[in-house]
Design a protein around this ligand. Sequence first.
Ligand code: GLN
Length: 316
Amino acid sequence: MTGSVAAEAATRGPADEVWTVLRLMRWSGEYLEGKGVERGRLDAEHLLAHALGVGRLQLYLQFDRPLERRELDRFRPLLRRRAQREPLQYILGRAAFRELDLHVNRRVLIPRPETEVLVEEVLAWARAQRRKAMSAVDLGTGSGAIALSLAFEGPFTEVVAVDASAAALEVAEENVRASGLVDRVDLRRGSLFDALAAREAFDVVVSNPPYVSEAEMATLQPEVGEWEPREALLGGPDGLGVIRSIVAGASRHMAAGGLLALEVGAGQAGLVTAEVESAGGYDEVRVRRDLSGRERVVLARRAMVAENVTRLEGNA
Ligand code: GLN
């Protein structure tokens, strides 16, 4: 019997067996864990709450509630999808990121806690500049998570969000509209800096680029490797291809004194730092670790251009 048939048979059950909330939660959690889902019970609770149209914690007040047939009919396909290792966020169509609740589907990468750290660093830097209006470009915006967070939480009044995928931009557009930040976030289709005008420069160039290598692609858990967009993950044979392109092009689109902020893969921070240093024009490069202690974010401050400094001194 295949998994989905088993799920169907079991959640249908013999006619005289009543499926209560608790019984279904327990059974489904174990079923998902048997399929290799890491936190099967938690995910089962999210899916059941979604099917019933209640908050997850509400389930705890309704353990003995018997489920109606149409409720089971709504739940069963969701459970089946998760058993096939489709990420929970795609099934629910939502992902939490910092202060936002974003629409997601499988055309965009699911925003991760690591990327929340990247945004936190950019926001901290921006606040320290003590300016009222700043600009940023987010390369490979996907769902729009980074661009929207900068506009929502920080002094960013002008954020250009670029993606090569039209399908991803549709998701981002829905998130921009829902957030009410239409005036601050400008979505553009294109490959990295190609989406910008030649002389367009920003206070911040930020990206969570694809950085997985070809060898690592094969090792990703099914939720990532089989479901998330390959073009948002794979950074060329060694994983660093897109990062190199960003480092090479950033200087032409950064304001003097601006910040380059990149999320990088485990083990890449040293190489990326070297890449930035050899590109030149930066006066400080540092690395920030993520919540699991991995070097995850490379930050580089663009030097003040010499002629600007001279002119400022001349005016003083
Ligand atoms: N962090 C992602 C992972 O878990 C990769 C995201 C990316 O390539 N930017 O594989």
